[in-house]
Design a protein around this ligand. Structure first.
Ligand SMILES: [Zn+2]
Length: 155
């Protein structure tokens, strides 16, 4: 099946929202429009880049131009709020936000912290490839999500 044929039934992100797929830490934030969670641990790896977050519309909106104005506004606000939470709780010195969407056709905003000391060659979309960045397994991811929930509640 190509990505173009993905429906809400098979969509990885929709399945996660329905609770059919579990990612350590669960929903950091959830309302009628948005779901926010930590990115999963990549296949073949034991740990994830800490604080690599995803903002997703609850609705199966395949591409950016499918977002409603309401979803787009909520997403933009959440990017800013998560950036502040990553700065204040996880000591991020910079936060990236980007959409690629070639793999899973359900809009997801990557919100990715850059930690102090990251060498220049890892800045940008490759920041999570810096081997000395904070990495963690399911327990560390769950603890980070708890911290971010508390931080979001206070900003
Ligand atoms: Zn979907």
């Amino acid at each position: 099946m190509t990505a173009l044929q993905q429906s809400a039934t098979e969509c990885f992100i929709c399945r996660k929202h329905r609770g059919e797929v579990t990612i350590p830490g669960g929903a950091i934030y959830e309302d009628a429009l948005l779901y926010v969670g930590h990115a999963q641990i990549r296949e073949g790896q034991a740990t994830a880049y800490m604080g690599y977050l995803m903002i997703e519309p609850k609705r199966h909106a395949p591409r950016l131009f499918d977002l409603t104005n309401e979803e787009a506004q909520a997403s933009g606000l959440m990017i800013a709020r998560l950036s502040r939470a990553l700065r204040d709780s996880e000591r991020a010195e910079h936060v990236y936000a980007f959409v690629i969407g070639d793999g899973v056709l359900h809009v997801h905003f990557h919100v990715v912290p850059r930690y102090p000391g990251a060498p220049r060659e890892f800045w940008g979309v490759h920041v999570d490839e810096w081997p000395d960045a904070p990495h963690g397994g399911p327990d560390e991811m769950a603890a980070l999500c708890d911290r971010l929930r508390r931080q979001l509640a206070s900003n």
